[in-house]
Design a protein around this ligand. Structure first.
Ligand SMILES: Nc1ncnc2c1ncn2[C@@H]1O[C@H](COP(=O)(O)OP(=O)(O)OP(=O)(O)O)[C@@H](O)[C@H]1O
Length: 273
């Protein structure tokens, strides 16, 4: 569970509120400089906000964007350090994961591939048996195969433990199959926070001839000489001259990012039952 209320950090985060229920796998998406890292650092306690509060339940493990590990340590030494720093350390999980990914315990961290380094960083976090895992761009700089492997192994861990995850990424397609909660951050503000299935069910794309007036709550749209298309939140428009189609996660995220003033937040603000 992550509950953020009225959070402000300089002009990097402005009055952010969101509530991710326990056990959810939340995607945190937004353009460069949106404030994703700042939000995650505040959630895990690395940054003190100017205003607002953060609540998390249980043990929180964080994997930072640059996956800080000691290059001169071997994998075994890295795991030993992890064990010394955690009271909940699961040695069997740590050894099984490194074996599963074919990472030799005697190898120095500095000589690992990007994918192996990501898996060691993830292993260090998972072996602490967290209730909430927070990952800042864990897939950055990884090739498509390694991205898939990291996400697959993460989802296996989630299925086994029921822990909550918040994972930031620029690439929505990496998260489509794995996340069930969406947070869109744009210009330091939370634009969207909600259950992905519910969000997709309550939005639709409406396309119609250019002269029609749309009587619905539109997030954003586009217009050509021949037609106009709008992402609409709420009930579909009854007029049969409008064609309606369901939206995917990428359509939804892009529409909100293009309309920074639009928002899809739970009622009452920031709190879900
Ligand atoms: N230590 C800092 N002090 C002041 N401003 C900062 C600091 N770190 C980042 N910023 C600024 O805060 C804004 C948000 O940065 P942040 O790294 O949180 O965004 P982000 O969404 O994670 O971006 P990216 O996707 O590029 O990693 C940016 O404008 C950045 O330049």
């Amino acid at each position: 569970m992550i509950e953020v209320t009225g959070l402000s950090v300089g002009d990097r985060l402005r009055d952010c509120s969101l509530h991710v229920p326990a056990g959810r796998v939340a995607a945190l998406v937004g353009p460069n400089g949106a404030g994703k890292t700042t939000l995650l650092h505040t959630v895990v306690g690395l940054l003190t906000p100017d205003r607002g509060t953060v609540r998390t339940a249980g043990e929180v493990a964080f994997v930072a964007q640059d996956k800080p590990l000691y290059d001169s340590f071997t994998v075994a030494e890295t795991l030993t350090l992890g064990r010394r720093l955690s009271t909940r350390w699961d040695p069997a999980l740590a050894t099984a994961r490194t074996a599963e990914f074919g990472i030799p315990l005697g190898r120095r961290i500095g000589s690992l591939s990007g994918g192996q380094r990501a898996q060691v960083a993830l292993t260090l976090a998972l072996a602490r048996r967290p209730d909430q895992l927070v990952l800042d761009e864990p897939l950055a700089n990884l090739d498509p195969l390694a991205r898939h492997e990291v996400m697959r192994s993460l989802m296996t861990a989630v299925a086994e433990t029921g822990m909550g995850v918040m994972i930031s990424s620029h690439v929505v397609s990496d998260l489509v199959d794995t996340c069930d909660w969406l947070v869109v951050l744009n210009g330091g503000r939370v634009q969207v926070s909600g259950d992905i299935e519910e969000l997709l069910a309550e939005h639709r794309m409406m396309t119609g001839p250019p002269e029609l007036t749309l009587n619905a709550a539109a997030v954003g749209g586009s217009r050509t000489e021949r037609e106009q298309s709008w992402l609409v939140r709420g009930a579909p428009v009854a007029d049969p001259r409008w064609r309606t189609r369901t939206v995917g996660l990428e359509d939804l995220v892009m529409a909100y990012l293009r309309s920074p003033e639009a928002a899809a937040l739970p009622r009452p603000a920031g709190v879900r039952s």
